[in-house]
Design a protein around this ligand. Structure first.
Ligand code: CTP
Ligand code: CA
Length: 226
């Protein structure tokens, strides 16, 4: 059985983690989604609990067990995730790993859209709130250390530095989500190659299993808090 260490480097700290995709409804049976599996975020929540933190994990729709010692709040859409994040704050650290849908449908159909008798529907989209940027721009909400993720397919470090500044994050963990040589995406895969982008510079970590990436990141976070 899991016993949370009382003298771990994150003991007495509240760590908020968002993970997984969001689902944006089209009608009662359909939604817009993305490839996020939630594995990296769940591994980070697990690692923070192992180092003694009180962890709140706000999870989009994923098929993963709750890590030991973690308080989990399940949500579906970006707007629900934002509400859950605001309710879970304040925190000492927030790590926004979720692949939040950038857009939702403007009007959700209350009955199932039917194929026959009409042309294919045109989906009107509207932008979702940016949860990380909202927390980063609101002093009353902002934790001591605010960490975002950035999934990029090109100019990975440049885009991450730009996002770090634009969203008011202290660190951005950048990962390359291009398809690999076999045409597979890291989204849903078991390992990850990340670059930790801070105001001081960039630390490049080698490709590792997602749980090792998680522990490496959480150890650095614990170190940065003291
Ligand atoms: N994020 C968020 N809310 C959103 C979109 C993104 O909190 N509506 C957070 C993610 O959880 C992540 C960071 O912002 O920590 C970067 O997400 P990303 O999708 O890379 O950034 P975007 O600003 O959406 O830019 P892009 O056009 O590259 O998707
Ligand atoms: Ca995005």
């Amino acid at each position: 059985p899991f016993v949370k260490p009382e003298d771990g480097p994150l003991s007495g700290r509240h760590v908020l983690v968002t993970a997984g995709p969001t689902h944006e409804p089209i009608d009662p049976v359909r939604y817009i989604a993305n490839r996020s599996s939630g594995q990296q975020g769940f591994a980070i929540a697990a690692a923070a609990a192992q180092l003694g933190a009180q962890v709140t994990l706000v999870a989009g729709p994923v098929n993963l067990p709750t890590p030991p010692g973690v308080d989990r709040v399940d949500v579906e859409s970006a707007r629900e995730m934002q509400e859950a994040v605001k309710r879970a704050l304040p925190a000492d650290v927030a790590i926004m790993v979720a692949a939040v849908a950038d857009w939702r449908t403007k009007d959700v159909a209350t009955s199932k859209l039917k194929k026959r008798g009409s042309a294919p529907p045109v989906l009107m989209l509207t932008e979702n709130p940016d949860i990380l940027a909202t927390v980063g721009a609101t002093p009353a909400l902002k934790p001591k250390l605010l960490v975002g993720f950035a999934a990029e397919t090109d100019k990975v470090i440049e885009h991450a530095q730009e996002k770090r500044k634009r969203k008011g994050a202290d660190w951005i963990v950048a990962n390359d989500v291009s398809f690999d040589a076999r045409g597979r995406s890291v989204m849903g895969g078991k390992s990850n190659t990340v670059h930790i982008v801070t105001a001081q510079g960039v630390e490049h970590l080698p490709e590792m299993p997602k749980d090792m990436v998680a522990m490496a990141l959480v150890e650095r976070i614990a170190h940065a808090l003291v």
